[in-house]
Design a protein around this ligand. Structure first.
Ligand code: CNA
Length: 312
């Protein structure tokens, strides 16, 4: 009966057939590696990428052939207006977090969280109180922004008005050099010595502020590489939540964790290219509320927890 409260439970091993094994995995674990993706934030209205109503399908309706181009560093450098015109759609809400984020915080409070590797850029882990040392933002976040030319860093929120108003923000320290560059290229054009268009990239992105999210073509933050090697060896449970596991190298984490370590998936859609010991297929807020509220007697601190728990 209780299994019906989440959409479906799939198990690979007969050993894990009973809910008891799921409970015991959580109760016994001391070093849980939690791997998360866009699906843990969708209940707040932040679209994921690859779902039918996700960000990528919205981009297609706006006429972009390859929606990933929005996050291409090469294209940003050529023309930051594309990113600036759509960024408002994925800006994180202030101060909010989901019951799922509160569950990760609960694992931290219980001393069970080894690390949360999040692919999310919304920084909601910060809102719920995940400690910086417990968190790896694999693809960066909106929490800070930097000048693409001189790397001058500002708090991400400073950039929000520009992103909301689709207005490109420029670095104050690069302003003079930017003006000089424009003058120089205009002169080259005026004298017929070159084509302004050919220098498009240099001038268009010079001194532009970019949120510190990892674009395609950029390296993952150093912190990812410095922690993942040891963490896959020292974790005693892997919980993967709300991700299609399509973006490498983060998607490879599940295969780097040794086979004898239990692996749980909580996701709306099945993932067929990876194997897990236990799969809870359904909405993650509901799945985790059911698990904590009816099976573990763990209370998740979130305003919607009782409502979800009582809604069955
Ligand atoms: P994705 O490829 O869009 O996959 C999302 C997954 O989440 C899908 O498999 C869905 O089935 C699942 N899902 C959606 N809603 C729920 C839900 N309520 N409960 C359970 N599962 C759900 O996104 P990934 O995270 O796998 O891809 C990695 C990208 C997404 C990263 O580079 C992120 O930066 C990027 N992204 C982040 C955000 C954010 O920060 N909130 C939003 C959109 C995209």
């Amino acid at each position: 009966n209780s299994i019906n409260k989440v959409s479906r439970l799939r198990t690979k091993l007969s050993d894990f057939h009973k809910i008891e094994h799921l409970k015991n995995a959580l109760l016994n674990a001391k070093n849980i590696l939690v791997l998360t993706g866009a699906g843990i934030s969708t209940s707040l209205g932040i679209p994921d990428f690859r779902s039918s109503k996700g960000f990528y399908s919205k981009m297609r309706t706006l006429g972009l052939d390859d929606p990933q181009d929005v996050f291409s560093l090469e294209l940003f450098k050529r023309d930051p207006t594309t990113f600036y015109s759509i960024a408002h759609m994925i800006l994180p809400p202030e101060h909010s977090f989901t019951p799922l984020h509160a569950f990760i915080k609960l694992l931290q409070d219980k001393g069970k969280l080894l690390r949360n590797y999040t692919q999310n850029i919304d920084n909601l882990e910060g809102n719920v109180g995940i400690l910086p040392e417990k968190l790896v933002q694999c693809h960066g976040s909106f929490a800070t922004a930097s000048c693409v030319s001189c790397k001058y860093k500002i708090p991400g929120e400073t950039l929000y008005p520009n992103l909301m108003n689709k207005k490109i923000a420029y670095c104050p320290f690069c302003e003079n050099e930017r003006k000089n560059l424009i003058r120089k290229f205009e002169k080259i054009e005026d004298e017929g010595l070159g084509n302004f268009g050919s220098k498009f990239e240099t001038i268009n992105s010079f001194g532009v502020m970019k949120p510190d999210i990892t674009f395609f073509g950029e390296n993952l933050p150093d912190r990812y590489h410095s922690t993942i090697k040891e963490d896959v060896k020292s974790c005693d449970l892997l919980i993967t939540i709300g991700t299609s596991l399509k973006v490498a190298p983060v998607s490879e984490i599940v295969n780097r964790v040794p086979d004898h370590i239990p692996q749980i998936l909580i996701n709306r859609d099945p993932i067929n290219h990876c194997e897990f010991d236990i799969e809870l297929l359904g909405y993650c807020d509901q799945a985790i509320t059911w698990l904590c509220g009816t099976q573990l007697d763990w209370e998740i601190k979130h305003k919607d927890y009782n409502k979800i728990l009582n809604s069955g």
